[in-house]
Design a protein around this ligand. Structure first.
Ligand code: TRP
Length: 494
């Protein structure tokens, strides 16, 4: 998950009351560098409106039909974050399931911008979920640590600092339990100078040539004063989704000049928080225009974990009491939950017993809903709370117990991640995976795929496209790009 650092909840409400005599409502803002909930006329922070952001960006909401199919195709019980809607939106996950049914490979890809040395529970969510996906699908995974991105975007950070953060974060990520045989983690500043990055580099240069300033400005709201590194960085996060950027993972020759169409045609699934979507729209819009076209990467998007202060707040490194950190002590966790977690209980014990509490806005309950796997137990907590039989203190106690257990388990694993362990994950190498052990549909034969040329860029009917069809596609994409540029230029002017 990226770490936009909005003002703390307290600072926001202060700003709304102290400096704004005429209180102004603001809409929610979600982009890769800034995530802020809406504020109403009275300065109250609102909950994030996830349906609205999905509609605005034209993603698909995850519905029960998709969840049922997910469970059927993978043969695994759904992760609680799917059951409970923390991962709520997607692009083309159905196509990934088609691939898996046919026993074909895909690449999992996620990442983190290392903007501080320690991670909190909000940061670990996409990684925990990615690990589950890796276990379920048994596919190769790349994790990109963008120290270059954080250096470019954060005025105050130096290169040695972000590099050190990246190493610390990588150790945290490893502690989540990724299978070393199937996982390649890289720190941009290292990988991009390693010699193993030739195909990555060819991809990013090609992508940089295809994407104009106007397109990047349209996607990210940059302007003429944005540093040129930030403009170019987008290409790196984008081509990181192309399997052809990592030939060594498939045991292909990485020193040869030529990239492989076969690898380029391997699809990719990206689990990420919804704020990262603008990057991947850019790659989805342009991947078919690459010399060796790649299919559009699929995405599965999460919501943001609620800050301890309550709905609408986002966990933020600038306010340590807004989040539980993975290196917090048992006592710190207890204190944070008891003193800082927003409660949906009543003012007094009598009132609570009489009226009951509201689990929907109760942060300790929310955290239980992220980490308690037992659906029945969770439902009972909610019910007893509403009835006033379960008290605020009881809910907090349950929350402290489960969060302490989560952090303790993490810390034990983290203590074992030495520099040698880290370096073994960071080493570019061939990975090993098995994929679907029982495909239920036939593979799309390679021989059909024009001797691997047009690869598995497939049409609506699931058949590989012919050269002519590909040309047409590229032409259409070109027209679409021109149109988008015009729109972006217009938007930038207005
Ligand atoms: N830009 C992301 C951040 O700031 C890091 C990142 C790179 C990423 N590649 C990704 C996040 C892929 C999710 C998926 O955190």
């Amino acid at each position: 998950m990226s770490e936009p650092e909005p003002p703390s909840v307290a600072a926001l409400s202060l700003a709304a009351t102290a400096t704004d005599p005429v209180k102004k409502a603001t809409e929610q803002e979600i982009n890769p560098w800034d995530v802020q909930a809406a504020v109403d006329e009275d300065g109250n922070i609102q909950e994030f409106d996830y349906a609205a952001i999905s509609a605005k960006w034209a993603t698909k909401l995850i519905d029960t039909a998709l969840l049922e199919r997910f469970e059927r195709v993978t043969g695994h019980r759904l992760h609680r974050w799917l059951r409970r809607g923390l991962f709520f939106s997607h692009r083309d996950v159905d196509l990934i399931l088609d691939k898996y049914e046919r026993g074909e490979d895909f690449l999992l890809y996620t990442g983190r911008g290392p903007s501080s040395g320690s991670m909190h529970i909000g940061h670990t969510i996409p990684f925990e979920f990615t690990k589950w996906l890796q276990d379920v699908f048994d596919v190769p995974l790349v994790i990109m640590l963008t120290d270059d991105e954080k250096f470019l975007f954060k005025e105050k950070l130096t290169q040695p600092e972000v590099y050190q953060f990246a190493r610390e974060n990588a150790k945290d990520i490893i502690a989540i339990g990724f299978d070393p045989k199937k996982t390649f983690i890289y720190i941009d500043s290292e990988f991009f100078t390693s010699g193993f990055n030739r195909h990555f580099n060819l991809n990013s240069t090609e992508f940089e040539k295809k994407v104009t300033n106007n397109q990047v400005r349209g996607a990210f709201g940059f302007d003429g004063s944005t540093n040129i590194g930030s403009n170019a960085f987008a290409a790196k996060q984008c081509v990181a989704a192309f399997a052809s950027s990592y030939p060594f993972i498939w045991g292909h020759e990485y020193t040869s000049y030529h990239r492989s169409q076969k690898l380029a045609s391997i699809p990719c699934l990206i689990p990420c928080a919804i704020d990262q979507d603008p990057y991947f729209r850019l790659v989805r819009d342009n991947c078919s225009r690459m010399d060796l076209p790649s299919p559009k990467p699929a995405l599965i998007h999460s919501k943001f974990l609620t800050a301890l202060q309550g709905a609408g707040g986002k966990m933020s490194a600038s306010n340590p009491n807004s989040a539980i950190y993975m290196n917090d002590t048992d006592n710190q966790i207890k204190k944070k939950v008891n003193q800082h977690a927003f409660s949906g209980g009543q003012e007094t014990l009598e009132l609570h017993r009489e009226l009951g509490g509201n689990p929907d806005i109760d942060v300790p309950y929310q955290y239980l809903s992220y980490f308690e796997d037992d659906d029945e137990k969770l439902a009972k907590f909610a019910e007893d709370y509403r009835k006033g039989e379960m008290l605020t203190g009881d809910m907090k106690k349950e929350c402290v117990t489960i969060m302490t257990a989560y952090v303790t388990k993490f810390k034990e694993a983290r203590a074992k991640v030495t520099d040698e362990v880290l370096d073994s994950y960071l080493k570019p190498r061939k990975l090993e995976w098995k994929g679907n052990p029982n495909p239920t549909k036939p593979k799309v034969e390679e021989s059909n795929a024009e001797a691997g040329e047009a690869g598995a860029v497939v049409g609506e009917d699931g058949k590989p496209l012919t050269k002519n069809q590909l040309k047409k596609l590229a032409k259409a994409a070109e027209v679409e790009k021109k149109k988008k540029e015009k729109e972006a230029a217009k938007a930038a002017k207005s």
